[in-house]
Write a protein that binds this ligand. Structure first.
Ligand code: B12
Ligand code: SF4
Length: 515
């Protein structure tokens, strides 16, 4: 998805407010490859280079960048941060000795403290570092509840034209207007086995006040933004806050459109009409499965009835796009369970849906279960991620999953077209109004594209991180040992340049194999 990197934008705003100077780069931007970033570091000689990455898939890129920076600059202090680094801090520190600090959890106060005491990190909570050859794990920071104290993210200092030109896999808010993301709350207290949000946030949910959220929406609208997607883990948790946000939007006369994610068992569903009235256009639910046995296996703590009610309530309230996230290839899932999922999805008045293969990441309850079952090895696998079906014998084999998924999607599309022709027609019209035709065609055809011959390994790898349907390759990437990484990244960069050159010439979007 073409989302801006709001993590570094949040930190940039904080350090600038404190009087520091700050430059941001996005490694995903083809105009700022590692060479350019390093050139700028050597030019400006900053006190600190912070490297932020979300997950295991971008860890290899972060690792290589850190090594390249260290090779060209012996003195600059390097710090890692983000969800994956936070949850794996001592291991990351050991594997990347060139990085001085691994920062755990929220970064706002931490980065300010670090800048104040770069040469004396002993007292800085939330820091993992090395002293006399020993990894030091400073105590964690208490969870910051007062999120209103931080400035709005520094969105204007990072050029993002390249993000806007990326095809949208999930058309988050479906709009051609200027788009950005925002975070109004952090965390989620539920125990879903595949998710590490509760661990990252110590099972807590923290939120900004409604006034602060509305003030940022107003500011964004003044800056010319027309749509914003909230990257909150569970927006629908606190009815009073939602009510106040909707009231604030109406009072301020704002028109900015917004989209959210939330759980189907939310007690705030009576507010869907107010949300729709205050321009909430998209609601995305984690539905996962149409089989109650699988929902229970995943510890979703939700029922099929709750799913049905929430989706209907949202549609009835006038939310334009209601999206369902589903997972396939779950532990203990049978072909019948999978078919039930597609049939269930067909009966729901959803506008859009995605069916992804379940993956396992370190830190999640499922990972811990797999360690116990000796399906993953903590020592050798911690920086990798796996499709569950590749390692768990209780999952269906990958080929069966793909076959059942393709058949299920065909049934689902045909059912939607014949039973809900108006909804489908309206959706298609909306797609065509707000997305380039080639993206719409790609979005519709994607599930039916078989394995395309001809993509080189480097081509596959170079696109892996950007395209959800390349998760096979992304997983492979995280499995490479460090010696091979550098080689593959170079080949991948060259391949990417070749592909981009090709696209520019032909104006066509390359097609990628479905996973
Ligand atoms: C938005 C989002 C995306 C967007 C990201 C767009 C972008 N350019 O940033 C997209 C859709 C592309 C995406 C993709 C993926 N995502 Co994602 N994503 C999220 C989500 C929902 C919000 C992230 C966010 O913006 N947070 C808001 C900002 C403000 O927080 P932050 O980035 O964490 O930064 C704060 C701190 O971490 C810290 N910090 C961060 N960096 C640094 C650096 C320094 C130096 C310091 C001091 C501090 C610091 O300070 C910041 C402010 O407090 C999170 C869930 C979550 N709550 O984190 C999942 C999440 C990060 N994603 C996840 C996953 C698995 C993925 C994918 C691997 C999915 C896939 N298989 O393809 C890919 C990987 C992409 C990649 N390149 O790594 C998992 C990671 C699990 C793990 N243990 O690794 C998460 C946690 C979701 C989950 N439920 O498990 N994702
Ligand atoms: S409800 Fe969503 S955010 Fe919360 S634990 Fe489950 S998957 Fe993670």
């Amino acid at each position: 998805m073409g989302f801006p990197p709001i993590g570094i934008m949040s930190l940039s705003a904080v350090v600038k407010q404190a009087g520091h100077e700050c430059l941001m780069f996005d490694q995903a931007n083809p105009e700022t490859p590692n060479g350019v970033i390093i050139e700028q570091i050597n030019r400006y000689q900053p006190d600190l280079v912070g490297i932020s990455f979300l997950s295991t898939t971008s860890y290899p890129h972060a690792k290589i960048l850190a090594r390249q920076i260290r090779a060209s600059n012996r003195d600059v202090k390097l710090a890692f941060g983000g969800v994956f680094a936070s949850l794996n801090a001592p291991l990351v520190k050991l594997q990347c000795p060139e990085v001085d600090f691994v920062c755990r959890g929220d970064g706002e106060q931490l980065i300010l403290d670090l800048l104040a005491r770069l040469n004396d990190p002993e007292e800085i909570s939330g820091l993992t570092w090395m002293k006399d050859g020993k990894v030091m794990q400073n105590p964690g920071r208490p969870m910051e509840r007062h999120l209103d104290q931080w400035p709005f993210p520094d969105r204007e200092s990072l050029k993002l034209d390249f993000v806007e030109s990326m095809p949208l896999d999930v058309p988050a808010v479906l709009s051609m207007d200027r788009f950005t993301t925002m975070q109004t709350s952090r965390g989620c207290p539920w125990p879903c086995v595949f998710c590490d949000i509760p661990i990252f946030n110590e099972g807590k949910w923290r939120a900004r006040s409604a006034q602060h959220v509305v003030a940022e929406l107003k500011f964004l609208e003044e800056q010319g933004y027309g749509s914003v997607y909230f990257v909150d883990d569970h927006f629908l948790l606190q009815p009073k806050r939602i009510e106040a946000i909707c009231a604030g939007i109406t009072e301020e006369g704002l028109c900015i459109q917004w989209g959210i994610e939330g759980r189907v068992d939310s007690v705030a569903q009576h507010l869907f009409p107010a949300m729709a009235k205050s321009h909430c256009r998209t609601v995305m639910f984690g539905i996962e499965s149409g089989s109650q046995a699988i929902l229970d296996r995943l510890q979703k703590e939700q029922t099929l009835e709750e799913v049905r009610t929430a989706v209907s309530n949202a549609k009835r309230a006038g939310i334009e796009i209601v999206h369902g996230f589903f997972t396939v290839g779950n532990p203990d899932e049978t072909v019948e369970d999978m078919e039930a999922t597609f049939d269930f999805a067909a009966t729901l008045p959803l506008d859009t849906f995605g069916f992804n293969r379940l993956c396992v990441y370190r830190g999640t309850p499922l990972w811990k279960e797999y360690v116990k079952r000796r399906l993953v090895n903590e020592t050798t696998d911690w920086y990798k991620y796996f499709k569950c079906s590749e390692i768990d014998p209780t999952c269906l084999p990958g080929e069966t999953i793909n076959r059942v998924r393709q058949a299920g999607l065909k049934r689902l599309f045909i059912y939607k077209l014949t039973r809900y022709p108006l909804q489908t027609y309206k959706l298609l019209r909306r797609f065509l109004r707000y997305m380039p035709v080639r993206d719409v065609v790609y979005l519709i055809l994607k599930p039916f594209l078989g394995q395309k011959k001809g993509a080189t390994k480097a081509e596959v790898l170079s696109r892996a991180v950007e395209h959800a349907d390349m998760k096979d390759a992304a997983a492979q990437f995280t499995h490479l040992n460090d010696d091979l990484l550098q080689q593959v990244l170079e080949a991948s960069r060259a391949e990417r340049a070749r592909i981009q050159h090709g696209i520019e010439r032909s104006g066509e979007l390359p097609m990628f194999p479905a996973n």
